[in-house]
Design a protein around this ligand. Sequence first.
Ligand code: CA
Length: 666
Amino acid sequence: MNMKTALEWKRYYSTSEFKDNYIYEGDDLGVQCTTEGTVFRLWSPPAGRVTLNLYREGSGDDPFQSVSMKKENKGVWSWKCREELHGVYYDYMLEIDGKNVRSADPYAKACGMNGERSMAVNLRRTDPEGWDEDRSPEEAGERIIYELHVKEFSWDRSGGFPEKYRGKYKAFTCADTTLNNDGIHPTGIPYLQELGVTHVQIMPSYDYGSVDEAGEDTEFNWGYDPVNYNVPEGSYSMDPAHGEVRIREMKEMIQSLHSRGFGVIMDVVYNHTYSLDSWFQRTVPWYFYRVFDDGRISNGSACGNDVASEREMCAKFILDSVLYWTEEYHIDGFRFDLMGLLDVELMNRIRRELDRRYGKGVKLLFGEPWAADETAMEGEAIPALKENIRLLDENVGIFCDDTRDAIKGSALKTKLPGFINGADGLEEKILQSAGAWCMEDRDNAGKSEIQAKAPSQIITYVSAHDNQTLWDKLEETAPGEDLMRLNRMAAALYMTCQGTLFLLSGEEFARTKGGHDNSFNAPISLNRLDWKKAWKERPLVEYYKGLIALRSRLPGLYDKSAEASSRIFGVRKEGGVVCYMCDNRAAGVDTRWKTLLIIYNSKKRPEKISLPGTGWELLCNAQSSELWKEKITVSGSAVAEPQSVLILGCLRDALGETELGRRKAV
Ligand code: CA
């Protein structure tokens, strides 16, 4: 038997014969199951024969029926029947290149335990009560994204969740949890409502492979290892053995979050699969993966394989998957893992399709604009890397590691400090961060390192699941200092930047992982959200809460238009101080403060600022982010305390209408 090599397969898929005959454009791959009947469709051009096996269970038993599938046009195999096969499990036996291979369905919408077999599902039977009426919350003002892991959220007993819901989707349906059930201190959903974040970003919740769904409840993984892209993960379900249960429970989670005012963002990992021996690979060998010309398997993900997003049927799969999650699960946004491994054309195409269906920029779309290593992207495709930001739609965002590292120091070199913890020479980067990298950079001949089109392209953050928590980074870089003070400064600094704000859950209560900078498979006891700490560190939580509430009153900061950075004027930066004014007026928004004056003072000495004109109020200082509620008048000058952010607001245009109008020339 003469088996084809990876490169031989790739060459075949690149021939015009293949492209002319096997690119399928239908939107019906997978299983369509209704009361009218059930249709199975699988795309596998190289298969010489395909058998569909039907089972009663998600694992173990023998098929109760095996049928030969019919070869249709474009490499599609199909079989249909008049019965509604809801709850029937299935897989395929394909004969490819003289070999028989078993595969589940890459387009599966449901599956059994550990995703080994797919399941036919009539999706209408998985809708929780009231699902038709489920709507995303109305958005006004700013989006603030809170990154959460399903299991981390409710694992700790102090959260007061029902015992059987701990670590499960179901925990998100609990509306009135309190610390150790004391009935006084909110945890979980009501805690998040008080905090004021607008979007919850759920870490991977598609079916992934690193946790045994039949194993111990204490098993933990972040889940960046996709097995079934279009099925919810089973270990978060009350019953992973019955495929319809996890679907209903994930919908219940989303419904509950929506009803309590949160948008829901899904963390998606289309750049690689758990194993190269995937349903993609078993049904169409090497089509969905990148290979270098010398035969080496591309590994830009550092996870063993790279998905070939630029291949037509692969791009279609990713687009179909995103649209499926938005339509079937009402998802409000997507965070793309290692987006730099996907191609610019695909990201823009996804953006266009979402805009066409839901309105311009309504669904959030952003990702990590980097890769772990070199990738073998094919043809003329351009990677969605940071350096190519100007090729991306203005509503495709990137995680801004430059801002993150400028504020608190390198995420990768853990010992290096940033602006707030003592590094010199970062003033311009801090200013660029404030203007979401859309401003002219006077230090670098007008060109900043990132050339964003608008603040909508910049995700501004200082902590995420990757790398050390903010608190751990501060502990390592500023031992013996007042870390709470530095934490407050970090928060006030990034929350006055013009990009879209993002934080790791618990950042606001000094979350620690004991310095661990990659806890993806560390014990749940280390990763879990500690709700006791959320109340122990309440002053810090209050500081975040005040900043979030203030932010929604500052349109000058949350303006996401391409013109936003022209609001910034009167810039002064020198030796550990960055100071600027911001035009806070906005059409249709009634703002108390027409002009803002913001001072970032990272020195260990106070910084005195003289105030132009009159009518200034104190909005936020080193200790409190709620001063804006008290209408405290300041005149003449103000003092930014050491290592702090001072925010002032002027009831009048500080420089007068005329001068403000000319400010760009100043
Ligand atoms: Ca799984």
